[in-house]
Design a protein around this ligand. Structure first.
Ligand SMILES: Cc1ncc(COP(=O)(O)O)c(C=O)c1O
Length: 446
């Protein structure tokens, strides 16, 4: 057998062809790349040496800001000390330490965490725990999983099955059996220009009663929702909606899962959305802000009631046949521990709550700006919805994103909505720069 391999195509250092980029218009990007080469605190540095103000905390994840020395040093130390330890049937101290730290800050009753590597994995883990929980209780007919229209729960098969964004679903086959979807709560006519929770739509939670009537409560394992939906363009829960969902799920013994991948770790000015809204689910999925985006890591928070249900049977037996090679890997745990310490030392969740009213006023000052048809906000989240160009949906917002980037700010768009979620270290002057730049961009845009 020849050891000769077929010649690879030549790859120049700046050849962009090999990397198939995720959720990206690859051909458009590669013609005119937007390349980031460094970051510090609130700013990215671009390949051409410009400073760009980060209006999105990377992808809703760098909550502590960029390249914070405490986190950087912890990662460096861990990489030199314990690069990896097997995750199954073996342990290392930092994973236990981080789990303890996380349950201390979680709402009462959440006494256990299961580590993953991403939000998608956290979602699939939580769905599997929900199914296995009912089975462990002898209630194994509960196999249905209910999500919500316009929901985003990552890109695993579980996540896209309960998710409700058509582009993420339609070309991927039949998905999981036995899912259903609550109606979304995006009610632009009724709730336009909402500051915080919108007034209208709590009754949409009653649709769960209809599903119970249709399927039978004893076939439903769990309901999963984002307390605040991010990827669909920032959809806020109407007043009373989450409370109703909690009441109905409790009434029928259905687990409630909050997908807190974007709301966890201070985004709303509280540790979790569960704290912010005062509504306690049975499971919470997290990732992103757990390590401030530095090392991929996620965690599923479980109540004692859920966790303890598994802790039966012979003690030498594995209780849950699930886990990842990198569940609680040392470098991720080091990053997580340093991140949580930094949040605490700098009081960043309280800081987010403090600056949120300024953020709200600044955002809503864009009412009346060209193309703007709605503005919504909560905590350090903001959405500016634009009138779509007739026949060319998404194009106007994408053009705004490109112009904004040229003018030194990073925002994100979904559909015709500009979404922002800055690091929690944002200062008022940064808010002014973000909003001022968006105003200039929109006024000049076709
Ligand atoms: C609510 C929610 N769930 C899950 C995910 C998926 O996370 P990841 O991209 O880390 O898999 C995201 C990502 O944006 C999210 O917003």
């Amino acid at each position: 057998m020849s050891l000769d391999h077929p010649a690879k195509p030549p790859v120049a250092p700046n050849d962009l062809r090999a990397f198939w980029m995720p959720f990206t218009a690859n051909r458009q990007f590669k013609q005119n790349p937007r390349m980031l080469v460094a970051a510090q605190d609130m700013h990215y540095t671009t390949a051409d040496g410009r400073q760009v103000l980060d209006g999105t905390a990377g992808l809703w994840c760098c909550n502590a800001g960029h390249c914070r020395p405490k986190i950087v040093e912890a990662i460096q130390r861990s990489a030199a000390e314990l690069d990896y330890a097997p995750a199954f049937q073996m342990g290392h101290p930092m994973a236990f330490e981080l789990a303890n730290r996380l349950v201390e800050m979680a709402p009462d009753g959440f006494n256990h965490v299961f580590f993953t590597n991403s939000g998608s994995e956290s979602v699939d883990t939580a769905l599997k725990i929900a199914l296995a929980y009912h089975r462990a209780r002898g209630d194994g007919a509960r196999t249905r999983l209910i999500g919500r229209e316009k929901g985003y729960h990552g890109v695993g098969f579980g996540g896209i099955s309960v998710g409700g964004l058509v582009n993420n679903r339609r070309v991927f086959g039949t998905l999981l059996n036995g899912t259903d979807h609550l109606p979304h709560t995006y009610l632009p006519e009724a709730n336009r220009w909402s500051k915080g929770q919108p007034e209208h739509g709590a009754n949409l939670a009653d649709e769960l009663e209809r599903m119970v009537a249709l399927h039978g409560a004893d076939t439903i394992a769990a309901v999963i929702v984002e307390p605040v939906a991010g990827s669909a363009g920032v959809i806020l829960p109407p007043k009373g909606y989450l409370e109703k969902l909690r009441a109905i799920t409790k009434k029928y013994g259905i687990l409630l899962i909050f997908d807190e991948v974007i709301t966890g770790f201070g985004r709303l000015g509280a540790p979790f959305a569960a704290d912010y809204f005062g509504v306690m689910p049975d499971l919470m999925t997290t990732a992103k802000g757990l390590t401030s985006g530095t090392v991929p890591m996620g965690a599923v928070f479980a109540t004692s009631e859920v966790h303890d249900t598994f802790m039966t049977g012979p003690e030498h037996m594995i209780e849950l046949f699930h886990g990842y090679t990198y569940s609680g890997s040392p470098i991720a745990c080091a990053a997580g521990l340093a991140t949580q310490e930094l949040y605490k030392e700098e009081g960043l969740f309280a800081r987010a709550a403090e600056i949120a009213p300024y953020w709200e006023e600044a955002l809503h000052s864009l009412k009346g700006t060209r193309h703007v048809i709605d503005i919504r906000n909560m905590g350090l989240i903001g959405a500016i919805e634009l009138e779509p160009i007739p026949g060319e949906p998404t194009k106007r917002a994408f053009s705004a994103f490109l112009k904004a980037y040229e003018k030194g700010i990073l925002v994100r768009t979904t559909g015709d909505i500009i979404a922002m979620s800055p690091p929690l270290i944002i200062e008022k002057a940064h808010v002014d720069q973000l909003i001022g730049t968006i105003r200039d961009v929109l006024e000049a845009l076709d």
